[in-house]
Design a protein around this ligand. Sequence first.
Ligand code: PGA
Length: 252
Amino acid sequence: MRKKIVAGNWKMNTDIREGITLAKEVNRLIAENHVSYTTVILSPPFTHLTEIVKSVNLNRISVSAQNCSSEPKGAFTGEVSANMIKSTGCTHVIIGHSERRTYFKEDNFLLNKKVKHALQNDLIPIFCIGEILKEREEGKLFEVVKTQLEEGLFNLSREEFSNVVIAYEPVWAIGTGITATPLQAQEMHAYIRKLIAEKYDAEIAENTSLLYGGSCNAGNAKDLFSQADIDGGLIGGASLKADDFYKIITSF
Ligand code: PGA
């Protein structure tokens, strides 16, 4: 059965002290309430990874990076490799977030290299896809998402693909307070699952966790997560407050 996952993407927020406090608070809420049916992931900035790994119970919380290099090692000043991330104790890495695609011009081919490095280093990629508003308005949303999957993931072997988590994040919903309606999100998630079944097979499609992201919060998570093909969320703003994040974690 596919996993229920709630992942907090802290983006470029918190210094180390604040990050440790936030992680410990989430850890405490989860431990006190014996949450065990949801995979909880914290994704702090690179600088915090080692400390956050030490601050939480890794049986209950997984730690993820927000990005990794497309190269394995060498003269790439400022880059952080998948192997380095793995060595901190992380288990996941977000790849292809729309902010990386937009501000840092990361395209599907580069992202595909990153995915492969992540998998080679035993990290689970959380691969982000989603259309911008104009593409939705022009009715191109399905086409855009299909291309992102085909170019970003569909050259993986069946075995490789079985280790990937996908986050559908309509770009117009990220950080805007405008959430996709549960039906809009479900429609796209069902479409993504269908494409996976066509490319691989029904079993792998059924087992792939598909997360929704984009202004998901404590108030709307339940409606979103109750949809048949929505297996959890990638949470930005609302993951920076432990109480809000905890409410989302328990919204299944
Ligand atoms: P948001 O961000 O929840 O603040 O909209 C989601 C994301 O960017 O992953």
